[in-house]
Design a protein around this ligand. Sequence first.
Ligand code: ADP
Length: 465
Amino acid sequence: MKRNLTILLLSVTSIAILIGIEFTLITRIYRLETEKFDDRYREILQKGLDFIERKYGDKGFKESYERMNTLSEKYFAIIAGKQFDTLDFRKIVLEGFQDDLINYQETDELLRQYLKSVKEDTNFESHLEITNLGLISFPDYLPVYSEKADSSWGLKKRLLIKEKQRPVYNYTYVDTNFSIGFNYYVDFNQKKGVVLSKILGSLILATFALISVGFMFFYSIRSLLEERRLSQLKTDFINNMTHELKTPLSTISIATRTLENDTILDNREKTKETVSVIHRQNRQLTKQINHLLEISMWERRQFSLERQMLEVEPFFSGIAEAFRWECQEKGCILEERYDIKSAMAYLDEVQMTIAVHNLLVNGVKYNTNEPQVLMEVHCDDRLKISVTDNGIGISREDQKHIFDKFYRVSTGNIHKVKGLGLGLFYVKQIVEAHGGTVEVSSKSGKGTTFTINMPTHGKNKNSTG
Ligand code: ADP
């Protein structure tokens, strides 16, 4: 248990580390590809801006600068004779310049034309961020805004500058009335798509690796649990089998010692009775050993059905009749119902008798009430046999396992009721060999119904015969 827990913990930790490493790697690749994209486009854009400069003698801000000049004069008039450096006023000035800078620049349009001419993506958005602004009112220089000193103004947010983005260009421009420094940023709308498409291969591989590891992990854990379950079943089986073999053996041992006694040997009646006890216990032993042999036979799939056409109703009422005798002393009530249109079915008489008998026996074995068992047989193009009891019922969880080899419900009256956990395993094997299915429906404490459904003229399955 402790070992399994350690393995589980180790596996979970390894998977967590693996996910961490993969995540880091992917984010690094993403960052690298983004940088590659940015560097490439920065170079192209700078070439474009140089081209615009050569062609127009300016980088597309001519009209903005003219506007700003006029705007400066308006502010000089306001400033005249007043205190200039109130914070509110500086903010108003900055905003005025910012509007002119953004609204009257032609850089975006000119760049788009350039990008089109060199066959590059033209789908971008630009952002401008003023880093420095001052009014030149001779002979003084009146500082309005400085990125470092006035960072608390929160301009970045307003200008939609994305963190860590490098500007394509920083401009410094000095005119007669003002000096301005600003950054020009460009965002390509397709950037995310382009970068993602570049890392798609790595992403797919990483996801695939994760899914494989996850699957392997899940599979190993399942095998581990299954192994534990089987080992538990094996231990239970050995305990049960030992018990089943020990009882007749010790009875035989006592009986033979009794026979060694001369006074018993002289008594014919007593001798006969003791021999009959030995005989009965011997039969019991043979039955248990046959059980064991049958298991290995089923495992090696060497079982062969010997099917023949049987009249359905007499066949099943024969099984019921024999069972009624058997469970008489337990006060069991067995009811039979037949709904049979086509009276013949192609069945292995011995094996089907074992299967139905096992179901009937369980209906009495796992019952704390006065046992009442109902056997219903319906036959048209298929044969349907259901056995319903008023017993202790089977929980949903146990219903999933009761047809497994050696499985016994581990609670309730398991210690009181003898068994090897093979009865229902045989039922399933026999029914499937006939090409049919067996299902269970039950509620704890309310009783159980087993339903066999099989073809009447099917081919043998799992059989070598
Ligand atoms: P065994 O009877 O030898 O234990 P089975 O394969 O016949 O083995 O049954 C497996 C388990 O299923 C039993 O241990 C019992 O707990 C449960 N079971 C089977 N039939 C019934 C039933 N009719 N009612 C309640 N429990 C049942």
